[in-house]
Design a binder for this molecule. Sequence first.
Ligand SMILES: [Fe+2]
Length: 339
Amino acid sequence: MLQQKMEIVKDPRIREIHIPYEAATKLRNAFASLRLDDDKSFIKTKTWFGSTVRYCLPEHQINIIQDFKESDESCALIIRGLPIDSDLGATPYNGYIAPSKTPLASGCHIGIYQLAGIEPISFQTENQGLLFRHVVPNPKARTEKSSHGSTHTFGHHVDNPDLPLACERLTDKSGCPEFLSLMAMRSDLSVRSNFVLVDDLLTGLSAGVIDELLKPNFKISRPDSFGQAISTVLPILVMDDYGTAYCRFDKENVTPLTESAAAALLMFEARLNDESLKHYLVYQPGDLLLIKNQRILHSREGFQPRDDGADRWLIRLFGMSSLDRIVTVYDDRKYIGKD
Ligand SMILES: [Fe+2]
């Protein structure tokens, strides 16, 4: 019998697994008769999603998914070949579609989070509080540098960067998402995404530059997906007690407020342009990228949509290691955080 090679290890900080055909078929069958309508019902069913994913996947892959959250080393997990719904309908160009229309992909997505011990969350004023954000080339946002844009390159960023990082104290706002995933429903093979590990960026910077990035001398504007003109003065970089670096850089939303902050930012961005640090990814349908949002900067190159109903379509989900980092807004939907 052939020895199955279920993981490709290029860099131990970036794990990559391929779901075997048999496991994907089991998942498809298990989720075939799902009748759930809204976010709340998907959240209510998360324990079952998690145990079903655990039942269907090989043990080696279960262990990799379960270890991801607590591992100091792992920053990204690429899961390829998850089953997705066969009758998708056209790419939802306006950015909204009920999770009941994509029950298999939504169930797999929540199930992977549950297996990883990650709480799916959303924010009150971002993406209308909805759990899943559809990353699509919205015709009305064509030139925006956002998840609904397309023409321009969407620069490197951490999502929701003005919210408190994992090692910062919460105030009246929920924490910045610790985890972020993107699951591909439709691909465009000409569109490359890439990400850069924060640790790799810092390795090439001087202590003086890092010191500047640690100072609260940067204006961080709230991203377009919130639809709010709010900005906060914060550092770009924060270190926890163990020396782990958390970052809130966002190419489109950071303004330095002093000359030395501007100089440090210039050095940081020059480092970000180093091709050797970039990990490129072209999504195929059924691929899911799960990252530690504050330990990685991600980006997408510009592209021209065809507007033919079959354009690139990813589904984004945010996660937190615990709902303790969420300032709850609604008693019946504790996964929605105040922002
Ligand atoms: Fe993003």
